[in-house]
Ligand binder design. Structure first.
Ligand code: F6P
Length: 458
């Protein structure tokens, strides 16, 4: 079996495990994929250094070697805060209004991709399979090819791929997208993002696309592009549900909500997650159902993310304002309708909160997949499962279509789904939950890795 070399911006270093809700889905997923197979994981250490060393720092845990480099403050500003998170992230989440187009940050992005290539290329052996992840590192494959790396090389995009009409507003969009054709396999979270990619390749690059095989051919060079929906580490998660940590957390939620129904949201504090819109939906539910204020406690866990970026500071302020308004209007001495928590939690603790919450509220405005939805389903008690309310604009909605699917832009849609969830009889809850549970059990992280590697090895 070839060795796996995973390259991503963020690395879940054994010495610095982040709280699950704060690190996003990528780090947890890759951790599981690498643990099972062993290999090398290369990326940014998360540290800034005025004059960073070119050689990576190495550490090994079990069968995984971690190799990381530091970045300079200018690198972080231009590559991470700038081009990755103020250009690609908003544009790919359909937020042209928040997208910045700056030549300087584009240059920083290319420079850091070249630094990654220079640092990782000497670590790649001739038979290794190289697997690059996410929007920070789109051009990395091209940089590696230019350095003579001929290995099988795949790329997976964890976020949406935008419609062509939006993508063409990016200066030098062709230059960026063409670099993807240096990979042998390019993976997307769901068919919607894959279709948009194929459309772009046909319309802008004159590609021939074979929808059966996934082959995208431009000027004689073929890349396989397919949808591989990412899953969760199902067995690990079910095992975590049995731990003292998870049980104690479930008990804390239950004893502090008493006879009220707990409804849970867990998201990085990001504008793509639709958090202010979600609060509007919750407020609308209380407005329309004043007699039910005492029935529901909404717990929103939202660890701050990318705090140096203005749009993230603004969304945080807006969310705090909306939460304050609901609680100010509706709290009583013995009742607070919304618990807003900035702190991150371990995965075991989150599983406990999911298990104790009879409604899971997952309402991103746009999301590549959304693993919180899958974790919520996996954590439920089979005899008394909760109800998942899910945005139709999350990649996960294409698989979890037995959830209550809503339009996250509509406060009325959210409010009526909350009412339906509160009133849903047990037999309907079980009937909706069971196929979703089977889906997250069967289409898990191990199968996701195996599917992509099978295509890469073929
Ligand atoms: O899943 C999308 C993603 O951007 C990952 O690439 C990333 O690791 C995660 O969200 C969290 O974001 P960040 O690494 O910027 O904290």
């Amino acid at each position: 079996m070839s060795r796996l070399v995973v390259i991503s911006n963020r690395v879940a270093l054994p010495s610095a495990h982040g709280a699950a809700g704060a690190q996003g889905g990528l780090a947890g997923a890759l951790d599981a994929a690498l643990k099972a197979r062993g290999g090398l994981w290369f990326g940014w250490s998360g540290q800034e250094h005025e004059d960073p060393s070119a050689a990576p720092a190495m550490q090994t845990r079990d069968s995984v070697t971690f190799a990381t480099i530091d970045l300079s403050p200018q690198d972080v500003e231009e590559y991470y805060n700038g081009y990755a998170n103020e250009t690609i992230w908003p544009l790919f989440h359909y937020r042209l209004d928040l997208t910045k187009f700056e030549l300087e940050t584009g240059r920083g992005y290319e420079r850091v991709n070249e630094r990654f290539a220079a640092a990782v290329a000497p670590l790649v052996g001739p038979d290794d399979i190289v697997w690059v992840h996410d929007y920070h590192l789109i051009p990395l494959g091209q940089n590696l090819r230019r350095r003579g790396i001929r290995n099988r090389m795949g790329f997976f995009l964890h976020i949406p791929w935008p419609p062509t009409r939006l993508l063409v507003s990016l200066p030098f969009h062709q230059r960026l997208v063409r670099t993807l054709l240096d990979y042998d396999v390019v993976g997307f979270q769901c068919d919607e993002w894959l279709t948009s990619f194929q459309h772009y390749c046909r319309a802008e690059l004159g590609a021939e696309v074979n929808e059966t095989t996934g082959a995208v051919t431009v000027e004689g060079r073929t890349t396989i592009a397919r949808a591989y929906p990412i899953g969760i580490d199902f067995d690990h998660l079910r095992a975590l549900a049995e731990t003292g940590e998870a049980r104690q957390m479930a008990q804390r939620v239950l004893s502090s909500t008493r006879r009220r129904t707990a409804m849970i949201g867990v998201d990085r504090l990001d504008y793509s997650k639709g958090l202010p819109e979600r609060m509007d939906g919750v407020a609308r539910f209380f407005d329309r159902n004043p007699d039910r204020v005492g029935e529901l406690v909404f717990i929103q866990i939202a660890p701050p993310s990318r705090e140096a970026i203005g749009s993230y500071q603004q969304i945080r302020a807006l969310l705090e304002q909306k939460t304050g308004q609901i609680n100010g209007a509706l709290s009583r001495v013995d009742l607070v309708p919304v618990r807003y928590v900035n702190q991150g939690h371990s995965l075991a603790e989150l599983i406990g909160v999911y298990r104790a919450s009879k409604i899971g509220l997952v309402t991103p405005l746009r999301d590549g997949m959304n693993l919180v939805a899958k974790e919520y389903v996996a954590a439920q008690d089979p005899g008394d499962p909760g109800v998942l309310i899910l945005s139709r604009f999350a990649g996960a909605a294409q698989q979890l279509d037995d959830a209550l699917l809503i339009n996250p832009h509509s406060p009325d849609d959210i409010a009526s789904a909350i009412r339906d969830a509160l009133d849903m009889p047990l037999d309907e809850r079980i009937a909706r939950w069971r196929p979703m549970f089977e889906c997250v059990r069967d289409q898990n992280i191990q199968n996701w890795t195996a599917d992509i590697l099978r295509d890469l090895e073929a």
